[in-house]
Design a protein. Structure first.
Length: 180
């Protein structure tokens, strides 16, 4: 079962990406079993998301259709299953979901440096975006710094994108031009 409860967040507040990842988690956990409904498994999703209005049910229905048409889930006699494409999307969602919340700030700085070749451009852009999303500040091109240890957050991320060998971490007490 997914770790995030829908009671924390109403269905209308989920972005399309968040909803897709949550549905993929549910399918991956094997929660959706075949049923006798015209639209198999949707009643279980409606109940899980506590979807009472027609608008909420349509949102779930169309997201399931999109995931199925996109090749992320497949419908069998026994229910929905994740495809290889769905598993990869779920893994990507998990590495993007890692945060520094709950970690203690460092007494210095975590410096992340990277030199990623052009053939891995997607990974380079994803890393830059992720660093900025985490709140890391740009020191210069390909060098970012943050008060929290980013290694635990970025290690699975760099592994997923195949850029682990091109990313380095340093821990420094003082960084010139940066005040604590």
């Amino acid at each position: 079962m997914p770790t995030q409860s829908t009671k924390e967040k109403p269905l209308r507040e989920y972005t399309n990406k968040e909803l897709a990842i949550l549905i993929l988690k549910i399918v991956g956990a094997g929660v959706l079993l075949a049923s006798v409904f015209v639209a198999p498994n949707l009643a279980q999703l409606y109940a899980y998301f506590n979807a009472h209005t027609k608008r909420e049910r349509r949102k779930i229905y169309f997201k399931m259709r999109t995931l199925s048409a996109g090749g992320y889930v497949a419908l069998h006699k026994e229910g929905y299953t994740l495809t290889a494409k769905g598993k990869k999307e779920l893994e990507e969602g998990e590495v993007w979901g890692l945060t520094t919340e709950g970690t203690k700030p460092l007494k210095g700085w975590c410096v992340v440096m990277y030199d990623i070749p052009a053939r891995k451009k997607k990974g380079r852009h994803a890393l830059r975006f992720r660093l900025e999303e985490l709140g890391a500040k740009r020191y210069q091109n390909s060098v970012y710094y943050h008060r929290h240890d980013l290694r635990s957050v970025l290690a699975p991320f760099t592994e997923f994108y195949g850029i682990r060998l091109h990313v380095r971490f340093m821990y420094v007490k003082k960084l010139e031009g940066v005040d604590i």
